[in-house]
Design a protein around this ligand. Structure first.
Ligand SMILES: [Zn+2]
Length: 190
């Protein structure tokens, strides 16, 4: 189920009140169009009907993909709510800071990859070179993983997929352990 409520925002340009739809939770098996909006950068954008300016509404919500069996909490930790329900088996629960963090998780989980291993790959890249800042996984092309620089979205690097297999072998069972809580798996915490 997807849930939303209407919220009032003031247009930063014409100062008129706008009613916008704010999603509390998004189930992309029911609303696949929302996933497309997130991936194309249209989510969180609304157009002021009075002056046509584009307004960016940033807020936290719960992202749920039943097909790939994961949930991502954007901004909020939904663990307490999760523990009050029957926690679904075989799920991954993640917490991210913003929509870019969510997009990275979607890109990883849609390719049936493990984000814990992806973070290990980033660590290996950082250890072998000191010129990289924060990386975001994008996709796989011709046996290469493509990562973008978080601070320079137009620039990226290619890492051979064998580095993923190498990192996977380095992970212990405990490293890959999934818990019934919204875990933070990112470059800052690894
Ligand atoms: Zn306006």
């Amino acid at each position: 189920m997807s849930r939303y409520h209407n919220a009032e925002i003031i247009c930063p340009v014409c100062k008129k009140k706008n009613i916008v739809r704010v999603w509390d939770s998004v189930n992309v098996d029911i609303n696949p169009e929302i996933k497309e909006d997130i991936l194309s950068g249209k989510f969180n954008h609304s157009i002021c009907p009075s002056c046509n300016v584009e307004i960016n509404c940033v807020y936290g919500f719960l992202y749920h993909d039943m097909k790939h069996r994961y949930m991502v909490g954007i901004e909020h930790d939904y663990t307490t709510a999760l523990l009050m329900t029957d926690c679904p088996d075989g799920y991954r629960f993640r917490r991210v800071k913003d929509i870019n963090g969510l997009i990275e998780k979607i890109n990883i989980f849609e390719l049936e990859l493990n984000d814990i291993v992806i973070e290990m790959v980033k660590k290996i890249v950082m250890e072998t070179s000191n010129r990289y800042s924060k990386l975001l996984f994008c996709t796989i092309e011709n046996n290469n993983m493509i990562f973008m620089f978080a601070d320079q979205p137009a620039k990226g690097i290619f890492i051979p997929i064998r580095i993923y297999d190498f990192a996977l072998k380095k992970c212990s069972k405990a490293d890959l352990d999934e818990k019934p809580e919204f875990m933070i798996v990112d470059q800052d915490t690894n």
